[in-house]
Design a protein around this ligand. Structure first.
Ligand code: DX5
Ligand code: ZN
Length: 210
């Protein structure tokens, strides 16, 4: 399973990225929050994201927890970005934003938050590259893993196989060396505080390998 590290709660985000450059993770996960879609404001300074995309050896995965996703997407042209993920309850037309993301040359994802029904994502599956299954309520790091996430992953995996889709399943929130056992069948794990709050990143990353 690939690891994407959320640097949301790093004391110094630039230093965290420099340290992560020496590990064998796959992506840096950027949690953009507008204080409207979620009750928290993070990564509103585009220069910070641009700078991180320059210093990071790994491509960024941008997780947009914002109402006006279209506005934010337009700010991310020509960066070291692999994917941009939006939520279902944005104020823009979802299909148009997916097109905007694809036109910029990035993969497009849709997130289903911890308390949302997984079935809501089905109508969009053939048009997206990634499903972000949230295993916490979006808005902050350091929360406990929601246990019914395993059922959601299993349902999605079966659906993907049955319908010959190629969507990647990423799981985000509350993942550590114990809870990672509940996300078997996912392709990518987003891990925040379990790595970023520790002094030895490598040790934490290795403990996630099963
Ligand atoms: C929550 C964010 C997550 C979170 C992950 O809204 O989307 O990416 O920061 O952090 P941990 O691993 O601490 O739950
Ligand atoms: Zn996230």
């Amino acid at each position: 399973m690939k690891i994407s590290v959320s640097i949301l709660d790093a004391v110094n985000r630039y230093e965290a990225v420099e340290k992560l450059n020496d590990t064998n993770i796959s992506y840096i996960h950027i949690d953009v929050m507008d204080g409207k879609l979620v009750n928290n404001i993070q990564f509103q300074d585009m220069d910070e994201i641009r700078e991180i995309s320059k210093i990071s050896k790994f491509p960024l995965q941008v997780h947009l927890m914002v109402e006006d996703a279209s506005y934010y997407v337009s700010k991310f042209a020509s960066l070291n970005i692999e994917s941009i993920t939006i939520h279902l309850n944005i104020k823009n037309d979802i299909h148009s934003v997916i097109k905007e993301i694809h036109n910029m040359g990035y993969l497009a994802g849709i997130a289903v938050s911890g308390e949302e029904d997984i079935l809501k994502i089905i109508p969009y599956l053939k048009d997206i590259d990634m499903i972000l299954v949230m295993s916490v309520v979006p808005g902050r790091g350091g929360q406990a893993f929601i246990s019914n996430t395993s059922d959601k992953i299993r349902y999605l995996r079966n659906y993907i196989i049955k319908n010959h889709l190629s969507s990647v399943i990423e799981v985000d929130g509350g993942i550590n060396d114990k809870t990672i056992k509940n996300i078997d069948g996912a392709d990518i794990a987003v891990v925040g505080s379990y790595i970023i709050k520790a002094s030895d990143y490598d040790k934490q990353i290795k403990s996630l390998e099963q």
